[in-house]
Design a protein around this ligand. Structure first.
Ligand code: SGN
Ligand code: CA
Length: 521
């Protein structure tokens, strides 16, 4: 009895102490500049966030941000691939200006970045998780990044220059490190944290607790899954990112475990390397979870469309399982802020480095200027400014992120940045588009064989120029949401075509992009 009383007394005392600590933290935060957490996941399709209403999965924690924030329906990137997108976010400049055009570039860390400007402006700064810019981060008091793409299981992390292998699942570890840093940070300063998840990037290896999530779910196959690419240019046909034909049986589809030595080449070797990161106990659990579905697959002996649909279902399940851990960890981070009196003075930006195909056109991956990969999810929650859910169709671009973050922090925006702050829109003071026309340039015609292209998108139309083949595509997005019907050669669109080509030229001038040197109309 006495012990029970003592335990109860201790529990009450702890709660009271916590309340005082939280109140002190809240008081300390008052009058301080807002803290900013920039959350960027890797390849997180907006279709896979329930706040966007696609009905594929449930992401309650990300949705909660949208409940108290602004959800962007038309946020886009300038160059739909990882490293370039990150470089654009840091610099507020297009790829040809910041120098990081494709994933084989190295970021010139000596240039001006939003992190350095915030640091000089009195913020304590950190980047944690995926980085993918090759050179070491600059402008951060603390960094703890994964080399290259990072590994799902027992990944390597490089903490302020020191590399070590860390046991655990990457999505959880990234949050552990973020919370550790928040605990240790210089509490006299506002903070700027860049928190970047590797998930749900290929090869989509879920966390153990989600091995069976979606086991009995059948996802709706997109209407254009069996896209024959009629009416479009060679570019759409030449890509190598089709779920039906370009997914590897072990690496992507998880149809094998340990592979025989003579099979370990190419992506099979990639799979073996990744799979070997699991401990023997972890491999046992993996094999117990995936074994029955492999057996069923082998028995079914599928072919043609049935096989293509089976692959789609397999892909969706693993992809969305990885998303579930991302959402859990957003929740963990938000709980930490609340428990430490930080939630009322911390702006949260949730986005991805670009969009992703979840079977539309038959694809996985990104790169193209078509909507699913050109668009990216974007949710901004700013306590005291965005208090209820607002959905906007205003066109913004990741080119605007650095400018917006500086503006949120009350710091000047350098004249050489190329985007615009959308703070006025967040404050409800600006209606309509932040940009009336968006410029796009994709450079990496290597893996997945997507031809280089430039393009422009307005409210209604999209013009794409695949300059290696001198081929054009024009879409009327009002009539053709799925971008299945290229009207470039349709005489009834000749005026639109001229208008859009003029816009493209104007944007090339405005952003100082001279590649390709010649645009053949
Ligand atoms: C890896 C993947 C590709 C993916 C790129 C770029 N191949 O190379 O499928 O498009 O990353 O992704 S893999 O065999 O290594 O998985 S990005 O997010 O880094 O841009
Ligand atoms: Ca990516």
């Amino acid at each position: 009895m006495r012990n029970q009383f003592r335990n109860l007394f201790m529990a009450v005392a702890i709660i009271l102490i916590n309340m005082v600590v939280v109140q002190q933290a809240v008081a300390q935060e008052k009058g301080k500049k807002p803290n900013i957490i920039y959350i960027m996941s890797d390849d997180h399709a907006y279709q896979a966030i329930s706040a966007y209403g696609y009905g594929l999965n449930q992401t309650p924690n990300i949705d909660k941000l949208a409940d108290q924030g602004v959800l962007f329906n038309r946020a886009f990137v300038t160059n739909s691939i990882c490293g370039p997108s990150r470089a654009v976010m840091l610099t507020g400049k297009h790829s040809h200006i910041n120098g990081f055009k494709d994933n084989h570039s190295t970021f010139d860390g000596n240039q001006q970045t939003v992190a350095k400007l915030l640091h000089d402006g009195g913020y304590t700064t950190a980047v944690i998780g995926k980085w993918h810019l090759i050179s070491e981060p600059q402008g951060f008091d603390y960094w703890n990044i994964v080399p290259g793409q990072g590994e799902y299981y027992n990944p390597d992390f490089i903490e302020n220059g020191v590399k070590k292998r860390v046991p655990g699942y990457i999505t959880n570890l990234t949050t552990d490190f973020a919370i550790n840093w928040l605990d240790k940070r210089d509490k006299d300063k506002p903070f700027f944290l860049i928190y970047q998840q590797k998930a749900p990037h290929r090869n989509w290896m879920p966390e153990e607790k989600y091995y069976h999530l979606f086991d009995s779910t059948e996802f709706p196959v997109p209407a254009n899954y069996f896209d024959g690419y009629q009416t479009r240019t060679k570019a759409a046909q030449a890509q190598e990112m089709e779920i039906a034909t370009d997914m590897h049986y072990a690496y992507d589809l998880k149809l094998a475990f340990d592979l025989p030595k003579d099979k370990q080449t190419g992506l099979a070797a990639g799979w073996q390397g990744i799979y070997n990161r699991l401990t023997p106990e972890e491999k046992k659990k993996w094999e117990a979870a995936y074994g029955p579905s492999i057996e069923a697959f082998n028995k079914a002996n599928l072919s043609g469309k049935d096989l293509a649909i089976w692959k789609y279902q397999r892909y969706m399940k693993d992809y969305l399982r990885c998303v579930q851990s991302v959402d859990d960890n957003v929740g963990r981070l938000m709980d930490y802020l609340k428990a430490n009196g930080l939630d009322q003075n911390t702006i949260i930006i949730y986005t991805s480095d670009q969009g992703f195909y979840l079977g539309e056109h038959g694809w996985f991956d990104k790169r193209f200027m078509y909507e699913e990969s050109f668009r990216t999810p974007l949710i901004v929650k700013w306590p005291g400014v965005t208090n209820k859910k607002v959905t906007t169709s205003s066109m913004v671009q990741n080119l605007d992120f650095a400018e917006t973050i500086l503006d949120m922090a009350g710091l000047p925006i350098p004249a050489d940045m190329q985007g615009k702050s959308f703070v006025p829109l967040l404050k409800g003071k600006q209606k309509g588009n932040v940009h009336d026309a968006l410029y796009y340039h994709f450079y990496e015609n290597q893996e997945h064989k997507v031809a280089k292209h430039i393009g422009v998108r307005t409210d209604r139309y999209k013009l794409i120029y695949f300059y290696e083949n001198n081929e054009w595509e024009l879409y009327d997005l009002q009539k053709d949401k799925g971008e299945m019907n290229n009207v470039y050669n349709d005489p009834s669109y000749s005026k639109v075509k001229t208008m859009m080509q003029k816009k493209l030229e104007e944007l090339r001038k405005q952003y100082k992009d001279s590649e390709p040197a010649v645009v053949n109309k």
